[in-house]
Design a protein around this ligand. Structure first.
Ligand code: ZN
Length: 334
């Protein structure tokens, strides 16, 4: 990939892929950032299969004592930030030497909040949130780049995060009908993605509020079930949103996928790198449309740059300036 021109990248290995120091050292030598998938906290459903139980507790619709008795008692240890913090830190520290990680992605840590009812370490939902923020921040302090997310990008977690997975997506956790949770990334969702795309990729309705507020503070990307190339038919449109919002693309890559999609991926990388190398850490100062049907949009940046994206198939002509090709973009001085 490096030889093909993918100069920079973050390589996050899912929990099922074995990694070691030689692999991560090799990735570092390429100038890429190697990262690991971890869950310092666990899933709420292990405590109880009852949907939405944290809200039900907060609203007083569940009686704490009887709910606790009916729950899986040992699972509370895995959702309680305050309980987990001391045991997590040595594990995070160890990641720096083996496998030599520079980055860690904490799946669902910021989106599965609940109060803890374990009588030996009870905590309110606010205390759990605070402890989870400390897990993020103390991991950052060790020198790791830290990300979390899963379709929701809660602002309370911003002080502890470098990137948000799912920030580009418009869904909350686990409400996607995409088939990917079953696990085949080589499966092209193709036309079956149309219904999702009608919501997620509707340029007439999307407004980059999160990027307008926080682009210079946190990097964002799509949710892992719904990465740029999950449907080849819509990959280019997702790229255009990344370009307009100055955010990161996400690819699932193994040798087979790389061989099959190499040309597309290299072209996509070049387009995005041309923009993100200028405004990747900049403040988005404005966003708007240049055509009444919102098919042509711009984002302005504190670097003095303007990105114009044409979602329409026809070229967008401009008086005294070169046209923006159909499905294309330009980066110019404002
Ligand atoms: Zn607890």
């Amino acid at each position: 990939m490096k030889a093909a021109g993918i100069e920079r990248g973050v390589a996050v290995f899912s929990g099922r892929v074995p990694v070691d120091r030689p692999l991560f050292d090799g990735i570092k030598k390429l100038g890429w950032v190697p990262g690991v998938y971890r869950m310092p906290t666990g899933n709420l459903f292990h405590v109880s299969k009852q949907r939405g139980w944290p809200s039900q507790l907060l609203l007083g619709r569940l009686h704490p004592e009887s709910f606790y008795k009916s729950s899986r008692l040992e699972a509370w240890n895995r959702i309680c930030g305050r309980h987990l913090l001391p045991e997590w830190l040595p594990k995070a520290k160890a990641l720096l030497t083996d496998p030599g990680a520079q980055l860690a992605y904490f799946d669902t840590l910021v989106v599965q909040l609940a109060s803890c009812l374990d009588p030996s370490h009870p905590s309110t939902i606010e205390e759990n949130q605070q402890a989870r923020l400390e897990i993020l921040q103390k991991s950052q302090e060790l020198g790791l780049v830290i990300g979390s997310g899963e379709g929701v990008a809660p602002t309370w977690a911003l002080p502890g995060l470098d990137f948000f997975e799912g920030e580009m997506s418009l869904r909350t956790y686990a409400d996607s009908k995409l088939k990917i949770p079953a696990g085949d990334y080589q499966f092209d969702n193709g036309a079956s993605y149309k219904a999702d795309a009608a919501v997620l990729l509707d340029e007439t309705r999307r407004i980059p509020l999160y990027q307008l507020a926080f682009h210079d503070y946190v990097a964002g990307t799509w949710v892992w079930r719904d990465s740029n190339y999950q449907s080849l038919a819509f990959a280019h449109k997702k790229d255009l949103f990344n370009i307009l919002y100055g955010t990161m693309p996400m690819w699932h890559v193994d040798r087979k996928i790389w061989a099959a999609r190499k040309n597309d991926l290299v072209a996509s990388y070049r387009a995005m790198a041309a923009v993100r190398s200028r405004i990747g850490f900049a403040t988005m100062t404005d966003h708007g449309w240049l055509a009444p049907d919102r098919s042509v949009q711009y984002s302005d940046w504190d670097t003095g740059d303007r990105v114009i994206v044409n979602f329409c198939a026809k070229p967008f002509t401009r008086a005294g300036k070169p046209p923006v090709a159909g499905g294309g973009f330009v980066l110019e001085r404002k």
